[in-house]
Design a protein around this ligand. Structure first.
Ligand code: NAP
Ligand code: GLV
Length: 312
C-alpha cells in the first residue's frame, strides 16, 4: 500500500479511542481518527460507524466506503449513504462466538424453565416442573445467515432438533430448511422454541406478531436476538397472558434503553438482557475491518457487502 489511509470512526467514544490506539500501535498503513475530533476532512477515505451524524458524509469529499461497526446495518440510515459508496457490515469471528453462546444460553434457559424457576425461587416455592430431554424440544430459527447458521449448529450440537427459515431455499445437512411464506408457516408449526436472528428490513419488521405467535405450538418459547423492531411488543404481552407463548428471552427492544415503566422489566415470563447478545470484539473486529479496507484498496469486492435493495 502506498501512503497512510485515514479512517474515521463514529460510535461509542471509549471503543473509538481503543481502536485508534491499536491501529496506531500495530500498522503504519492506517490512521484511525475518532469523530468529532478528526483532522482534515479531505484526508478521510473510509468511515466506520454505528450511526452516522446527519450531514457528515457530505463533508467528506474523498470518502470511498462505509463500514458498520456491527453485524447489522439497520441502525444506519441507508438512504443517507450515497449509492456509489459501498457499504459493508462487520463479519468477525468474535460476534459469532458471542452470539452462539447467547442463543445456547437462551434456548437452555427456556427448555429448562428458568423464568418459572426464578419466579418460584423469589416466592419461596419448591415445585418441580416436567423435565424432557433436548430431543423433545424443536428449535426453529428465523434467519439462516452467518449468525443463524452458527446458532443452528450450536443448538443442534446440544441435542435439539433444529429447523430454519431463510429468504432463498437452502439445503443444510441436519437442519430442516424452509423459505417463503408457506415455509414460515411450516417452521412456526414445529418450533417449540422460536429464535429470531433476522436482519431488520421492510419485510421482516414486526414479524414476531400475534398472527405468527398463533401458528406456534401452544406454550412455545421465544428468543429475540435480532432487533427490537422485529417484535410487536403488545402482541407478545397478549400471547404471554393467554399462554400461547410460554416465556421469552429478549436481548433487543424497540426502544433502547428500555423505558423505565415498560412492562417487560418486571414480567415474570420474560428474561431481558440489554443488547449484549454479541458485541464486536476489539482485536478480531479491527483485524476484520483493516482486512476489508485492504481488499478495497486492492480493488477487490468487500466482505459483507450490503445489498441496498434487500436491506441486508
Ligand atoms: P445475514 O448473514 O445477512 O443473514 C440474514 C438471514 O436472514 C439470511 O438467512 C436471510 O436469508 C434471512 N432473511 C433476510 N430477510 C428475510 C426474509 N424477508 N425472509 C426470510 N429470511 C430472510 O445476517 P447475520 O450476520 O446472520 O445477522 C442477522 C442479524 O442479527 C443482524 O442483521 C442483526 O440485526 C442481528 N444481530 C444481533 C446482535 C445482538 O447483539 N443481539 C448481534 C449481531 C447481529 P437468505 O440466506 O436467503 O439471504
Ligand atoms: C449488534 O447488534 C450488531 O449488529 O453487531
Amino acid at each position: 500500500m502506498t501512503g497512510r489511509r485515514v479512517i474515521l470512526y463514529c460510535g461509542a467514544a471509549a471503543r473509538g479511542q481503543a481502536w485508534a490506539r491499536i491501529v496506531h500501535e500495530t500498522t503504519e498503513d492506517f490512521e484511525l481518527q475518532v469523530w468529532p475530533d478528526f483532522g482534515a476532512a479531505n484526508d478521510i477515505e473510509y468511515l466506520v460507524a454505528w450511526t452516522i451524524p446527519t450531514g457528515l458524509i457530505a463533508k467528506l469529499p474523498r470518502l470511498r466506503a462505509v463500514f458498520s461497526v456491527g453485524a447489522g446495518v439497520d441502525q444506519l440510515d441507508l438512504a443517507a449513504i450515497p449509492a456509489n459508496l459501498p457499504l459493508a457490515r462487520m463479519l468477525e469471528p468474535g460476534i459469532e462466538a458471542c452470539l452462539t453462546s447467547y442463543v445456547a444460553m437462551a434456548v437452555l434457559a427456556l427448555h429448562r424453565d428458568l423464568p418459572a424457576y426464578l419466579a418460584q425461587q423469589r416466592a419461596g416455592i419448591w415445585r418441580p416442573l416436567p423435565v424432557h430431554p433436548p430431543s423433545a424440544c424443536r428449535v426453529g430459527l428465523l434467519g439462516l445467515g452467518r449468525l443463524g447458521m452458527a446458532a443452528a449448529m450450536t443448538v443442534r450440537g446440544l441435542g435439539f432438533p433444529v429447523a430454519g427459515w431463510s429468504r432463498l431455499a437452502k439445503a443444510i445437512d441436519g437442519i430442516a430448511c424452509h423459505c417463503g411464506a408457506d415455509g414460515l408457516a411450516r417452521l412456526l408449526a414445529v418450533s417449540d422454541i422460536l429464535v429470531c436472528l433476522l436482519p431488520l428490513t421492510v419485510e421482516t419488521r414486526g414479524i414476531l406478531n400475534a398472527e405468527n405467535f398463533a401458528r406456534l405450538p401452544r406454550g412455545a418459547g421465544l428468543i429475540n436476538a435480532g432487533r427490537g423492531g422485529h417484535l410487536v411488543e403488545a402482541d407478545l404481552l397478549d400471547a404471554l397472558a393467554s399462554g400461547q407463548v410460554g416465556a421469552a428471552v429478549l436481548d433487543v427492544t424497540e426502544t433502547e434503553p428500555l423505558d423505565a415503566e415498560h412492562p417487560f422489566w418486571r414480567h415474570e415470563h420474560i428474561l431481558l438482557t440489554p443488547h449484549v447478545g454479541a458485541v464486536t470484539q476489539t482485536d478480531t473486529g479491527i483485524a476484520a475491518l483493516l482486512d476489508n479496507i485492504r481488499r478495497h484498496v486492492r480493488g477487490e469486492s468487500l466482505e459483507g457487502l450490503v445489498n441496498r435493495a434487500r436491506g441486508y
